[in-house]
Design a protein. Structure first.
Ligand code: FAD
Length: 457
């Protein structure tokens, strides 16, 4: 995803290839697709993966595209690949992550959930009546389990920790999520380790989950092998600085494979922001461009469970945290404050409050003094009234599209949500901002608001 974005960002700045010649080497045989939406494909919400690049991109952008070819080693100014050697002046590693399989007998028979082939295998086997075990109760495991339950298969979600999504939620939030998934038909087993897969999933407490298929979602690891073998500095990811440079001055790294102090890995938005910075640097558009980090926002893509979190999970351990839990109603809200700023939070089953939380977190705007109203979503959500949204508010997190960019595109002729999506990419990531984009389009159609300012538009 991030390598594809880099090609696009470079060609935006250098449309005729006058300063940068591009070659892309990709192990997957098909052009880049939206990996984030694979959960939606698994759940049956999309027939297949969504391409990230326009038709004819390689020819139009003059890119030497070597798909279905793997890079095998980095030499001195040469990239060795399965289809031959490629000399380079600059090498950008955007090798992503790979699924991590737990060291248990039979794990290799499970299906990881990382790429389109994995997704196709899971969908193909998800016939009514088939019993699935899903191992791992992080975002991916919860999305896979929910998606499978929607396909009328029997699903048991097994997680070794005492509650789901322990990296994003505290125990009461995790309990609300677990109960919501149970109501949607997922059998949730917590606090127990899987020991082997052998005609069922064997657990450390001696019980066996009767299942025909195993989906493994036990985490990912940055794909660092090429860099490591070339002697480039690697910690858990390939270590990069604010210019995305590795310890080898000719080699850069972006996306899941890169480790920058300002961000964790495993989410696409940091990679997309990194691609834009690197394109500025490589094309000479802005030699002062620097990547300083991304503030994490995560959303669970599970139909029937509205869950969003912002900030580092540790924020919820701080002193100034507001909480509300309604397990029976499937609702939960937690907000970590630093003075009047939202610095972390998690919301389940409270979409309005979640939208408000994300907006205050993103914009860093001072939150209203009515904290109870803020926590429960009674403060008018900035996104529910497009006119009140600040111009700099990020509407589409996946693509960093602001309200101001959408208004500019609308004035340039993109006067419906689909056209706004094509012009700005808003709504083409995880799709969770679609309602907001539609609301903005309606608002713009009702009355061209004139020049927008940083306050109310
Ligand atoms: C089901 C699913 C749902 C997700 N949902 C979300 C979400 O809601 N929000 C979010 O932010 N993120 C989500 N993610 C994570 C997101 O997809 C990643 O953060 C994103 O794909 C990272 O992009 P990337 O380009 O760094 O890596 P990738 O998209 O993994 O691309 C790396 C590519 O490099 C190729 N490659 C690796 N090694 C070599 C080699 N030696 N030679 C040639 N090619 C090589 C790989 O085959 C792969 O095609 C999800 C991931 C999955 C699997």
């Amino acid at each position: 995803m991030v390598g594809a974005r880099l090609l696009e960002e470079v060609r935006r700045r250098d449309p005729r290839g006058e300063s940068v010649e591009l070659t892309v080497v990709g192990a997957e045989a098909r052009p880049a697709y939206n990996r984030v939406l694979l959960s939606t494909v698994l759940a049956g919400g999309l027939p297949s993966a969504v391409d990230l690049l326009p038709d004819g991109w390689a020819q139009e952008w003059g890119v030497d595209a070597r798909l279905g070819a793997a890079a095998t080693a980095i030499g001195d100014g040469i990239l060795h690949t399965t289809t031959g050697d490629l000399p380079f002046d600059v090498l950008v590693l955007a090798t992503g992550s790979r699924a991590w399989l737990p060291p248990m007998p039979g794990a290799e028979q499970g299906i990881p959930f990382r790429d389109l082939d994995d997704c196709a295998r899971i969908v193909e086997r998800a016939r009514p009546g088939v019993r699935f075990a899903v191992l791992g109760g992080g975002l991916l495991g919860c999305e896979a389990a929910r998606g499978l339950a929607g396909r009328d298969v029997k699903v048991t979600l097994v997680h070794p920790k005492p509650h789901l999504l322990e990296r994003q939620l505290d125990p009461s939030g995790g309990a609300v999520l677990g109960a919501a998934l149970e109501r949607l038909g997922v059998d949730v087993r917590l606090g127990v380790r899987a020991t082997s897969w052998d005609r069922g999933l064997h657990l450390a407490d001696g019980s066996v989950i009767a299942a025909d298929e195993l989906v493994i979602a036990t985490g990912v690891r940055p794909e660092t092998a090429l860099a490591e073998a070339a002697g480039i500095a690697v910690d858990h990811g390939i270590v990069v600085d604010d210019r995305l440079a590795t310890s080898d001055p000719r080699v850069f790294a972006i996306g899941d494979c890169a480790q920058h102090p300002g961000t964790g890995t495993g989410l696409v938005q940091p990679g997309w922001e990194q691609a834009a910075v690197l394109a500025d640097l490589l094309t000479g558009t802005d030699q002062a461009a620097r990547y300083t980090g991304t503030r994490p926002v995560t959303r669970l893509k599970a139909r029937g469970v509205d869950l969003a979190t912002v900030g580092a999970p540790a924020a919820l351990d701080g002193a100034d945290v507001l909480r509300f839990a309604d397990p029976a109603g499937g609702r939960y809200a937690a907000l970590a404050m630093d003075g009047d700023r939202v610095v972390g939070g998690a919301m389940i089953g409270m979409p309005e409050a979640a939208a408000t939380m994300v907006q205050y977190f993103d914009t860093g705007a001072p939150a209203p003094s009515d904290r109870l109203g803020l926590l429960l979503g009674r403060t008018p959500a900035m996104t529910s009234d497009p006119g009140r949204l600040p111009a700099s508010a990020v509407v589409c997190r996946c693509n960093t599209v602001t309200k101001s960019a959408l208004v500019t595109a609308w004035r340039a002729g993109a006067t419906d949500p689909a056209a706004l999506g094509r012009a700005t990419r808003a709504g083409t990531g995880c799709g969770s901002c679609t309602d907001t984009v539609c609301g903005l389009a309606d608002w713009l159609a009702a009355a061209d608001p004139g020049p927008i300012t940083e306050g109310a538009a």
